[in-house]
Design a protein around this ligand. Sequence first.
Ligand SMILES: Nc1ncnc2c1ncn2[C@@H]1O[C@H](COP(=O)(O)OP(=O)(O)OP(=O)(O)O)[C@@H](O)[C@H]1O
Ligand SMILES: [Mg+2]
Length: 262
Amino acid sequence: MTAPLLDIVDLSLHYGDTRILDRVNLRVSAGETVGLVGESGSGKSSTVRAALRLLPPNARLEGTVRIGGREVLAADARELRGIRSTEVGFIQQDPRGALNPVRRIGDSLTERLVLVHGVGRAEAKRRGLELLEAVGISRPELRFRQYPHELSGGMLQRVVIAAALTTEPKLLLADEATSALDVTTQAEVLAILRDLQRERGLGVLFITHDLHLAAAYCDRVSVMLRGEIVEELDGADLFTGATEPYTKSLLEAVPTIREARA
Ligand SMILES: Nc1ncnc2c1ncn2[C@@H]1O[C@H](COP(=O)(O)OP(=O)(O)OP(=O)(O)O)[C@@H](O)[C@H]1O
Ligand SMILES: [Mg+2]
């Protein structure tokens, strides 16, 4: 059996005496989509940021994280750079925060390809434009030259999705990656990710507030409450198979289509 792309084992995170994550276990294998849901502040973003060690210096981490079989928490700076730049694409929750405001979209989009992977500028640009088009951005040549403030939130979200895919990672960590998109664009972007999963076994950790989306799109869904995974279900069973009271209350808070129309 091949090692999972992401293997989080008993991961705990503290800031001083405050416990943020408590022995979290999560696993994503090739070709798989694993959802992570839970109320605001439950620790979803902290989990992915901890897995990449993108945390403030006062963060204290325990446990094990392996990405592509490589130990993250024990890695030195050089290894860590290698893991981040070759194995993983990360879409962070706030797309504006992910992009340097004084750099052109095109430069942000292609810099990892050029600087880390040694791809020539012309080829990097070709791939960048292709990806912008693939995530549904019209007039990619124009967007390439623009700055983040010239783009809408939904468009920026598509840019960061494209940026995370430029280096063809095996694993994608997507933190609310499609939540600012309208339903149609969201469906288009998810279809692109599905194709990548089929074509090259991309594994996806999909953080979302949208439980219907998690049920429809994810193979498995982990439910987080106050820094702990309290339940793990197949996506298809999310609305019928929950046994934990918290999962049930989370599901009951979701309006059904009939209620939403009433
Ligand atoms: N740098 C930090 N120092 C101290 N506490 C923090 C820090 N960053 C996050 N927290 C706390 O960690 C907890 C989990 O936050 P996190 O952002 O991981 O939640 P989340 O599930 O992603 O929420 P949301 O759905 O709103 O994005 C929160 O209580 C938050 O206040
Ligand atoms: Mg979050």
